[in-house]
Design a protein around this ligand. Structure first.
Ligand SMILES: NC(=O)c1ccc[n+]([C@@H]2O[C@H](COP(=O)([O-])OP(=O)(O)OC[C@H]3O[C@@H](n4cnc5c(N)ncnc54)[C@H](O)[C@@H]3O)[C@@H](O)[C@H]2O)c1
Length: 331
């Protein structure tokens, strides 16, 4: 069993403590959280002794033998937390987004390379049955040439906390999952974007939480994305509703499954692939596999940069009301 220090045991941290506790490849070496209440609650849930609970990261790193660190803090702490771990020789699995700016993300990727450590980002939306079924169907060639994609995502969560204070909370905290899924499906990087940001009259966040954006991929596929975090009803799933238009027909991915229409025929359900280990459980397996094999994970920090850059390109395009090349932001 490999040992992992978990930093941040709050909201999403609770899911991670469960997944690590259930893992056959990882054991929790220590918990770190600046919020003592969250720390005590997580320790009580999993029987973590007091001696292995820390409010100070440096102290935890000094006193704990571990192979890796799992960062589940909000993105504004990411660079500091992950850099400290990488410099101590630990491999890092961190939550999305990889950082709170592209500069900080690139700095983390460079530090990981310098220290020869794995840096992997938790893009868990890739690793679920629906997404893997879509990926396999597209790669099978049954849809023919993929032309364009429409994505509609509508939720109305009241999170409180850091998200409601952020500029562009939807794009900078959530849409990275959708943009990263697009890259998985298209198999290429995003080249350029255009966008319009909407501040709905009833928006309860400080920043705009609705966006309409067009994303152009290398190779020519275009995606129309309409996302909102202030929807007042008829919500979609967290994945959103997807429509893939190809030369042979249309593929739909919705909450109730994956469907294919072959030029005018009824929508036929597509059999779901066998993908038993999903989301965070899958990521823990993939992280362990990367350490075992020495191979770069599919969602390494470096490979994740185009997904993160796309979020910043969308914000820039909306602010400046122009088409933005992703390469303007990241070389
Ligand atoms: N992959 C997903 O589906 C998914 C879902 C939800 C959240 N997230 C991501 O998880 C991260 C955390 O989000 P959350 O909702 O759990 O936030 P949260 O505010 O609920 O919890 C964060 C925890 O980190 C602690 N913390 C903050 N700074 C710290 C520091 N410097 N050192 C140690 N502990 C610190 C806080 O005290 C808190 O307990 C974010 O990046 C978010 O985007 C991912």
């Amino acid at each position: 069993m490999r040992r992992i220090i978990q930093v941040g045991v709050g909201g999403m941290g609770g899911t991670w403590t469960e997944r690590v506790a259930a893992s056959k490849r990882w054991e929790a070496a220590a918990y770190v959280d600046v919020n003592r209440k969250n720390l005590i609650a997580a320790a009580a849930r999993h029987g973590m002794p007091k001696s292995r609970c820390f409010t100070d990261l440096e102290e935890a790193l000094r006193h704990t033998e571990a192979d890796a660190l799992l960062d589940v803090t909000p993105q504004q702490f990411r660079r500091k937390v992950c850099t400290a771990a990488l410099r101590r020789g630990l491999h890092v699995l961190c939550e999305k987004p990889l950082a709170d700016s592209l500069r900080n993300a690139v700095a983390l990727v460079e530090t990981a390379a310098k220290e020869k450590r794995v840096l992997m980002v938790a893009q868990n939306y890739r690793y679920q049955v629906g997404a893997q079924t879509v990926k396999q169907f597209l790669h099978s060639g049954k849809l023919g040439t993929l032309g364009y994609i429409g994505v509609s995502f509508h939720k109305g969560p009241h999170f409180g906390g850091f998200r409601e204070q952020m500029a562009y909370p939807l794009v900078l905290d959530m849409s990275i999952h959708h943009f990263d899924l697009m890259r998985l499906f298209v198999g290429k990087d995003v080249r350029a974007v255009q966008a319009a940001s909407i501040n709905a009259p009833w928006n309860w966040n400080k920043g705009d939480a609705t966006v309409m954006t067009q994303l152009e991929f290398i190779g020519g596929v275009v995606v129309n994305y309409f996302g909102s975090w202030v929807s007042q009803g008829a919500e979609t799933s967290w994945n959103g509703d997807w429509r893939f238009e190809g030369s042979n027909g249309v593929l739909l991915w919705r909450q109730d499954g994956v469907f294919f229409s072959d030029k005018g025929t009824e929508m036929t359900p597509v059999p779901l692939v066998d993908f038993p280990v999903e989301h965070q459980a899958y990521l823990l397996e993939a992280f362990a596999d990367a350490l075992d094999s020495g191979k770069e994970p599919e969602t390494s920090g470096k490979r994740n940069l185009n997904s993160l850059a796309t979020t910043y390109a969308v914000v820039k395009a909306a602010r400046e009301r122009r088409r933005v090349q992703v390469t303007e932001l990241i070389k």
